[in-house]
Ligand binder design. Structure first.
Ligand SMILES: Cc1cc2nc3c(=O)[nH]c(=O)nc-3n(C[C@H](O)[C@H](O)[C@H](O)COP(=O)(O)O)c2cc1C
Length: 327
């Protein structure tokens, strides 16, 4: 029996960012947010020797594992792996426009083949894990609601109930994936209309949500919201989410315990993981805090020498000296 999970506030999958370490920090700051892994190609998930490192799930639940792929047998295996690693959900990426991903026949280019996407989602189904999709609203420069509707009509025949929609078209050539996160324009109406057509499917709106206030406002209308770059640049905003979005009676603050907790998690991993990957989520603590240059440059010096305990001390000092500004 699948447990009922709340997906009102989701943190978008982001390659290079939503690592197990970032998820640890996100989970320390918010118990309720729904988390995602980075996208992992199905073949890497099945064959990579460093799989444990990439998809480790240290009780970060509720959390989804995102995969990219279109080989049905591989995707079936990925679902089993996601379950073994205690993920709550496996999500198929049909939104990434990068050339590399297109070469591997996955990501946004799959929107051209809605029957294949349906088959992928069917292959991923088993009774133990929720299966979901993340897609765009179309392909190319022109917006075309009928194309989007026909795509959704087909893919939901797979039986999935949860769809995350980055509400802008994917452009498969001529611009970079980063540019394709701001052009072409967003159109939330596509998500409104498809929800009206399928009231029983859970649609999560993604794209351009740049404040918690906006997220909360959108939740009056949409089933869920998904935020990417806002959390990437300032993860410490998450300390407000349980109270502000989920109405939990919790007033969190940024304090030294967060640093201790985070370092307890990353310290044993320094033997096999890059110090930058381990620390990069926490480095965003300096976001918007004046005069933090000194702390940052000290940390970078110690990073070169892999001196984790000295770095921890600097973060602790920073937090105790800037508590008012951080909260
Ligand atoms: C650095 C970066 C990496 C991303 N990697 C992924 C990914 O692995 N899978 C995915 O579905 N989307 C990925 N995205 C897209 C985001 O999940 C999200 O759809 C997009 O950033 C729009 O949301 P936002 O406006 O809140 O940032 C990435 C975005 C960024 C900024």
């Amino acid at each position: 029996m699948k447990e009922k999970i709340n997906r009102s506030f989701c943190i978008a999958p982001m390659m290079g960012y939503t690592t197990p370490y970032a998820r640890k920090l996100y989970r320390i700051l918010s118990k309720r947010s729904f988390l995602f892994s980075e996208m992992i190609a199905s073949k890497s998930l099945i064959h990579s020797k460093s799989k444990d490192l990439i998809i480790e799930n240290d009780e970060h639940n509720p959390v989804a594992l995102q995969v990219g792929g279109s080989n049905l047998e591989d995707l079936k295996k990925c679902s089993k792996i996601a379950y073994q690693y205690n993920y709550d959900e496996i999500n198929l990426n049909v939104g990434c426009p990068s050339k590399a991903v297109q070469k591997g026949s996955f990501g946004a280019c799959l929107m051209k083949d809605k029957v294949l996407v349906k088959e992928c989602l069917e292959a991923m189904q088993n009774e133990k894990i929720e299966v979901s999709l993340k897609c765009r609203i179309g392909l190319g420069k022109e917006l075309n609601y009928s194309f989007f509707e026909e795509f959704i009509d087909e893919v939901i025949k797979s039986g999935i109930n949860i769809i995350y929609i980055h509400a802008r078209n994917a452009i498969l050539s001529g611009i970079s994936p980063a540019q394709n996160r701001s052009i072409p324009r967003l159109d939330y109406d596509f998500v409104r209309k498809i929800k009206f057509r399928y009231p029983n499917i859970f649609f999560v709106l993604n794209g351009g949500i740049d404040s918690l206030e906006k997220a909360k406002h959108l939740l009056y209308e949409f089933d869920g919201v998904m935020l990417g770059r806002l959390i990437q640049s300032n993860p410490f905003l998450l300390k407000r989410v349980d109270n502000f979005i989920y109405n939990e009676n919790i007033l969190s603050e940024v304090n030294e315990d967060i640093i201790y907790n985070y370092f307890d998690y990353i310290a044993p991993k320094i033997q096999y993981e890059s110090i930058f990957r381990l620390l990069s989520p926490l480095l965003n603590i300096f976001f918007g805090i004046p005069d933090s240059k000194k702390f940052k440059s000290e940390i970078h010096t110690h990073m070169k020498k892999q001196e984790l305990s000295k770095i921890k001390r600097i973060f602790i000092d920073f937090v105790s000296q800037n508590r008012l500004l951080l909260n």
